[in-house]
Design a protein around this ligand. Structure first.
Ligand code: AMP
Ligand code: MG
Length: 492
């Protein structure tokens, strides 16, 4: 007799084509998700499901519980755990999907390939001492922040669903278990290349590099120097991404090389958080005791990670190792230049500037100095500057800020654009709403108690971060001053 549940799983629109499983066997292991006791879908991203060509109604009403929990894999899926390595806070380790299972690559009706991954779906060969599971809070947190990043226009993995498992997970206390379904352009990490490199077989690195070129940078596949072009393209995507993080005050929190995706999407939302008051030294993660991944240090760390990526490509860049090192070094040196170009270009938009002037950099830097000195809110300062332009009132009555403000106003009036155009540019470049820590925490606490209303409201307002209205006003308010600094914890 045909299992009815299985039958519905056949018709949810999945269209798998699993190219990663054709790679050398050293790069992954076949691994089914481990079944859970009582799966219950608590969040479902209907719009994302539709954009993937999936049958959203069917998934939500029928198959979602069994598929997003890993209790049954959809037809066409060939579940694997991927091997990778990584520098964790500077120390090299062999890692791998210890609590994630890649169901496979789903091809949308438009022909776009996405990894569908279950996070928290049980142990694999790479779990080491971990239980392969995830707690509800951190999975909801990844859902909130990744979807907020998407709405802010920042390349990111997406979140399709969260299901609770009906099983406890044991951390410092007993928590509800959950599984997140993550959608990514791919899960190829800097750490994937580091793992391949650790095998000391040039052919494995070459195969992985060719695969990555095919999948993400197909414009270079027939170029003679395709591996150097790959390196440059990855550097370019990361410099663009880091510039975007810095525009919105995003702190990743754990920029280990295994948490940096080659495709240029933000990946692995663990202890990440958005900064309220501007301070480049801001660190939220409880385990980042030396500020390695502090807000202002992120571009530098990205370059460090990219150097680790470049090292893995050395055998492919030139036959002569010394020449390879020179080529790789030259490429890595372009990162700070590219980053600064992207960053300044985005910053100009945040300040309503359409043109480029030599002293734009100092204009931005002086504002940031004021923001740091007077503990100004990063998001609201930029957003309010737009209305400042209209009402000609200063948000801060301090001489250095007033001097900066008049320089800025002169600069704005010195371009061939109307004031209204400048304001419009600012309003679409400066979000009104970001996922502020106190709002995220409030929504998570309620959800952990079984009340998802606050979470739903937060997700709604974060889906249109540039819009202002009665609801967004509440979410624009910075937290009340607190004696204890906000701390985040790794999402394990
Ligand atoms: P992360 O800090 O989330 O980037 O994870 C670092 C490494 O630890 C990865 O190899 C994860 O798969 C692994 N890991 C994290 N949590 C668990 C867990 N609960 N069980 C098994 N492995 C885990
Ligand atoms: Mg990770």
């Amino acid at each position: 007799m045909v299992d009815l549940k299985e039958k519905t799983a056949f018709s949810s629109g999945w269209n798998f084509d699993n190219s990663y499983t054709k790679l050398p066997l050293s790069l992954f292991v076949k691994q089914n998700p481990t079944k859970v006791k009582a799966p219950h879908i608590v969040l479902f991203n209907k719009q994302l499901a539709i954009s993937l060509g999936l049958n959203a109604k069917k998934l939500f009403e029928d198959d979602g519980n069994i598929i997003f929990s890993g209790n049954k894999v959809p037809i066409g899926s060939e579940p694997i755990a991927q091997a990778y390595a990584g520098h964790q806070f500077g120390h090299f380790n062999i890692l791998g999907d210890g609590r994630a299972i890649l169901l496979g690559e789903h091809i949308t009706p438009e022909g776009i390939r996405y990894d569908i991954q279950l996070k928290g779906s049980g142990v694999s060969a790479y779990s080491r001492r971990g239980d392969g599971r995830a707690a509800l809070g951190p999975m909801l947190r990844e859902y909130i922040i990744s979807e907020a990043m998407y709405a802010l226009g920042i390349p990111t993995t997406r979140s399709l669903a969260v299901v609770t498992t009906g099983e406890p997970v044991y951390r410092d206390r007993v928590l509800a278990g959950a599984v997140l379904t993550r959608v990514a352009s791919s899960h190829i990490r800097v750490g994937t290349f580091q793992f391949a490199s650790s095998l000391n077989e040039t052919e494995v690195i070459r195969t992985l590099a060719d695969y990555t070129l095919n999948r993400h940078f197909s414009e270079f596949v027939s170029s003679e120097n395709k591996y150097l072009l790959l390196l440059h393209a990855v550097i370019d995507r990361q410099s663009k991404l880091l510039a975007k993080w810095m525009q919105v005050g995003f702190i990743h929190g754990v920029m280990n090389t295994d948490n940096m995706a080659i495709c240029g999407e933000t990946i692995d939302y663990g202890p990440c958080a958005f900064m309220d008051t501007y301070d480049p030294a801001t660190v939220f993660s409880s385990i980042d005791q030396h500020g390695r991944y502090a807000f202002g240090n992120q571009p530098h760390i990205a370059q460090w990670n990219l150097a680790r990526f470049a090292e893995t490509l050395l055998p492919l860049l030139h036959q002569d190792l010394n020449q390879s090192i020179q080529i790789a070094n030259d490429a890595i040196q372009t990162f700070p230049i590219k980053f600064k170009q992207y960053w300044l270009s985005d910053m100009r938009k945040k300040l309503g500037l359409f043109t480029e002037q030599p002293d734009d950099l100092s204009l931005v830097e002086e504002l940031l100095l004021c923001m740091e000195k007077y503990s100004m809110d990063y998001t609201n300062t930029f957003r309010d500057l737009a209305s400042d332009l209209n009402i000609h009132e200063h948000m801060l009555d301090e001489p250095d800020f007033i001097t900066w403000h008049s320089h800025w106003q002169k600069r704005i009036l010195n371009q061939n654009e109307t004031l209204d155009n400048a304001i419009q540019l600012m309003l679409k470049s400066n979000p009104a709403v970001i996922p502020r820590n106190h709002n995220v925490e409030a929504a998570l606490s309620a959800a952990e108690e079984g009340n998802f209303n606050e979470l739903a409201k937060l997700l709604e307002v974060l889906s249109e971060p540039f819009k202002e209205g009665p609801t967004s006003r509440y979410y624009r308010t910075p937290p009340a001053p607190s004696k204890t600094p906000y701390k985040t914890y790794c999402g394990t």
